[in-house]
Design a protein around this ligand. Structure first.
Ligand SMILES: *Cc1c(COP(=O)(O)O)cnc(C)c1O
Length: 434
């Protein structure tokens, strides 16, 4: 009753419920200055998170050679995509410039999960080692690669529920430290992700159900074991903090590349969204760096637009896509989530500009365009970052509403995954896009 009333009263929600593409504009967005300091997550915690990653840099550099060039810092390139931008302008009438934030190439896990997932595992490992007096903050963390630490961590278990990429990041990082790891995979998870994890000694449990079920089972099994820690994607502040670090890093990259972000040069950022932790954390970090000059949009598959439904109805995790007759099924496996996070939507709602939704077949088309024009491969989930491009009417309404007409807008597509996708899988995707 409550749900159907809310559905009918919000046109974008009614459209979304029909499986149509739409861009919901958030009527509850507030100026950043009015919000600063009111959040349960503070700047001090974000600083602490960044410091923690710095402490671990000597260890990461040692055990993951691919992080050596950046001194053990897990970060991705930012680049311009002028040829893709030209195609988007010709096809949809959206004026560039367009930038691509390449979390598709993040070291270790090859997706945005290398931010939150790895952060939470490292935080947990550090806490265990501190408690046992094995490690102090001032130590050189490269010692964590020693066998005695691997032996110590082998008594502990880490578990997580995943549609694939979170499992990869938690699994790879935990196994490297020496933990026992169990990844609970939903039906959407791709076979190669399970194979890769098993190769690394991770135990993979498969479920015929969706993501919510995999999380529920993982949480239950972890609770039964006092030596087990559960990475809870539906509730984790730690994951969220790991994602926020991206804000500061992006500001530094924009400065290095002399790309202005201010009142006259607004930055529109499009973030593919599943349960909301990754895009929510990144958006939270970005707002703390750029304030009102940055405009963050979430992007989801039409069949799994849980954050759009949650925020637009104000019901948050009180609504799931099946409630409105959507399937929750999508080729964008990283975004195949039917119910949004219990805390992210509520917390970031006043910061977010809107939520866009996109149909699966277009994701493949954009994937191929980006590959052909820029030579960059990203997985279909990542391609949701272009979801607002065909929704120009709605975007123009937003620009009017915010008084941004005539300003020089830069668009940034946040590419969230791709590097680890095997060649045969890439070819299958590309063939599908034709
Ligand atoms: C997980 C994931 C996202 C979204 O992150 P959530 O925290 O689930 O919202 C986006 N893209 C890719 C490739 C992902 O794996």
């Amino acid at each position: 009753m409550q749900i159907s009333e809310r559905l009918a009263s919000i046109p974008e929600v009614a459209q979304a419920a029909k499986g149509e593409e739409t861009l919901w504009l958030n009527p509850n967005k507030k100026p950043f200055a009015a919000l600063e300091g009111t959040f349960p997550i503070t700047r001090a915690q974000m600083d602490e998170a960044e410091q923690r990653m710095k402490r671990f840099a000597p260890y990461l550099e040692k055990v993951f050679p691919e992080t050596r060039a950046a001194g053990g810092i897990i970060e991705s390139p930012l680049r311009e995509i002028p040829r893709m931008g030209q195609w988007l302008e010709e096809t949809y009438g959206v004026k560039g410039p367009w930038l691509l934030k390449m979390d598709c190439d993040l070291p270790i896990a090859g997706s945005i999960k290398a931010r939150g997932g790895i952060y939470e595992v490292l935080q947990h490992a550090e806490q265990l080692a501190f408690e046992q007096g094995l490690l102090r903050p001032e130590d050189n963390y490269a010692i964590l690669a020693e066998e005695r630490f691997r032996e110590f961590f082998s008594h502990y278990t880490i578990q997580v529920g995943s549609t694939g990429n979170l499992g990869l990041s938690i699994g790879i990082m935990s196994a490297k430290l020496g933990f026992r790891v169990i990844v609970h995979m939903s039906a959407d998870a791709k076979q190669w992700k399970k194979d890769l994890l098993r190769e690394k000694g991770v135990m993979v449990v498969e479920y015929p159900q969706d993501y919510g079920k995999a999380v529920e089972e993982g949480r239950r099994r972890s609770m039964e074991d006092s030596m087990s820690y559960f990475v809870d994607d539906e509730n984790s502040e730690s994951l969220f903090l790991g994602y926020t670090i991206a804000g500061r890093r992006l500001r530094e990259q924009m400065e290095e590349q002399h790309i202005a972000v201010d009142e006259e040069h607004p930055l529109f950022v499009y973030l593919p969204c599943g349960i909301g932790g990754a895009p929510g954390g990144v958006a939270f970090g970005l707002k703390h760096e750029f304030g009102d000059a940055v405009h963050c949009f979430f992007a989801e598959p039409t069949e799994a637009c849980c954050m759009l439904l949650g925020m637009a109805t104000g019901l948050h995790d009180g609504i799931c896509v099946q409630d409105v007759g959507l399937s929750g099924k999508t080729q964008a496996d990283g975004l195949a989530v039917g119910r949004p996070s219990a805390f992210v939507g509520r917390m970031v709602e006043p910061l977010i500009s809107g939520c866009a939704s996109v149909k699966d077949d277009i994701l493949f088309r954009w994937m191929k365009q980006l590959l052909d024009r820029e030579g960059v491969f990203i997985e279909p989930s990542s391609c949701a970052a272009f979801a607002a491009a065909p929704l120009q009417d709605r975007l123009r309404e937003y620009i009017r509403r915010e008084g941004l007409e005539g300003k020089k807008i830069t668009h940034l597509a946040w590419a969230t995954g791709g590097k680890l996708v095997p060649q045969e899988e890439r070819e299958r995707y590309i063939a599908f896009a034709k």
